[in-house]
Design a protein around this ligand. Structure first.
Ligand SMILES: Cc1cc2nc3c(=O)[nH]c(=O)nc-3n(C[C@H](O)[C@H](O)[C@H](O)COP(=O)(O)OP(=O)(O)OC[C@H]3O[C@@H](n4cnc5c(N)ncnc54)[C@H](O)[C@@H]3O)c2cc1C
Length: 384
């Protein structure tokens, strides 16, 4: 392609912002279209395991994140009441050549946003339609405006409209589980927690707890409990939870868990949604990325991480053909990514990751999306 290729990214979540950064780095003229008028600082933590922090280093935001993020000693899994250790994996940076960091979700979003020129991120642009057969694509927005691009990346999350356009309408799967979550001042707590990311495994529920700041001043937890969720909407990020119900749901848990829940002033709740792997990720010059194509339960802490890996591989696939064969590059991207994300979706859905034993973790945390071989899209995708 002689002129600079233009790429429209729909959605300015973690995946969309990461893709904007990696696509710019390989020479694309990128514009990002986000429906929200403002970026709200969602009260939640996020774990970046080495497989995604390696890509964040490539994007140039790792040093910024390190200044504030908490680096846990280990990936720790304990029995809900006795506290017995089911599995502990110390995770120094030397283990997989990149750090394991826990942080506030807003800090990760801010860091990814900060490497993009502000004028390319357009807010208040809710995509309502796409049009284009084999050539450049026209995007239509709810405000009546349009834009045109050589290629479109649908990074519009679990309720993706772009996915609906590419694959057809279909509801995400909700298995009747919700996640309570809260971020709060750790000084409210009457004591300290271990300097690890700890998952407490109960019989039909769990809770994950960690600090989100290097100085341990902020604490986060996220749960998974059975609860019918008829309140689910596309905007479920702001739904409030009842902290008394939450404490009751964790009655009898270990004193460390009880201490955290007693200190928690307030909480939110999320519906846990997933999908089966999709039959295809692209149609002509439109391709999906992140939760739009492989939403997964949060149990392996890999949803955003996989969208960040996607961003690295998508840019490499387009760079490899110098943007001359966009549709072919999309097939290479899908063939490279799908075996891995489908495997992670399946393990995450079963909620068995590191619950005990000594299963290999290197295929997940040691993966390097910046250098992993690109698949041959003419061959059937091999399972990882
Ligand atoms: C409880 C819980 C805990 C989690 N913890 C972790 C963790 O520790 N580590 C991890 O890696 N992952 C974690 N995840 C997963 C992670 O949050 C998601 O996988 C990640 O946010 C997906 O990023 P995305 O960019 O694909 O989608 P999103 O972050 O959902 O972003 C989509 C964006 O698209 C915009 N959009 C939607 N529709 C339109 C439209 N029509 N037009 C324009 N814009 C639109 C939205 O407003 C939004 O900004 C967790 C998830 C949950 C629920």
């Amino acid at each position: 392609m002689a002129k600079q290729p233009s790429v429209a990214v729909v959605g300015a979540g973690m995946g969309g912002l990461a893709a904007a950064a990696t696509l710019r780095a390989v020479g694309a003229d990128v514009q990002v279209y986000e429906q929200a008028r403002q970026f709200a600082r969602i009260g939640a933590g996020i774990q970046m395991l080495p497989n995604s922090s390696r890509v964040l280093r490539g994007i140039g935001v790792l040093d910024t994140l390190r200044r504030t993020a908490f680096e846990p000693y280990s990936h720790l899994n304990r029995v809900w009441d006795t506290g017995e250790i089911k599995r502990e994996l110390p995770m120094p940076e030397s283990l997989y050549g990149a750090p394991f960091l826990c942080m506030h979700r807003g800090d990760l979003h801010d860091a990814l946003h900060s490497v993009l020129p502000p004028e390319i991120v357009h807010r208040g642009k809710k995509l309502v339609g796409l049009d284009g057969a084999g050539g450049p694509v026209t995007l239509s927005f709810a405000d009546g405006t349009t834009a045109r691009a050589d290629a479109v990346v649908g990074a519009d999350g679990v309720h993706s409209l772009v996915r609906e356009i590419v694959v057809g309408p279909d509801k995400p799967i909700h298995k009747g589980r919700i996640a309570y979550r809260a971020v709060f001042d750790s000084a409210l707590m009457n004591g300290e927690i271990r300097p690890s990311r700890t998952k407490w495994w109960g019989v039909d529920r769990h809770i994950v707890i960690y600090y989100t700041r290097a100085d341990r001043s902020e604490l986060y937890f996220v749960t998974s409990v059975p609860e019918p969720a008829d309140w689910i909407t596309a905007e479920s990020w702001s739904a409030k939870g009842d902290v008394r119900e939450l404490r009751a749901a964790y009655e009898g848990f270990h004193p460390e868990v009880r201490m955290v829940l007693e200190a928690c002033p307030d909480c939110h709740k999320w519906a846990i949604l997933e999908r089966e792997p999709l039959p295809t990720w692209s149609d002509s010059r439109v391709v999906l990325l992140g939760d739009a194509c492989h939403p997964m339960t949060p149990y392996m802490a890999q949803g955003a991480a996989q969208s960040i890996e996607d961003a690295a591989v998508l840019a490499r696939a387009l760079e490899a053909v110098a943007f001359d064969d966009i549709e072919g590059a999309f097939r290479v991207y899908e063939a490279t990514r799908k075996p891995r994300t489908s495997r992670i979706q399946a393990i995450s859905s079963a909620n068995t990751w590191m619950s005990g034993g000594e299963e290999d973790t290197s295929w997940l945390y040691g993966y390097d999306a910046l250098t992993a071989p690109l698949a041959d899209a003419r061959q059937p995708a091999a399972a990882e």
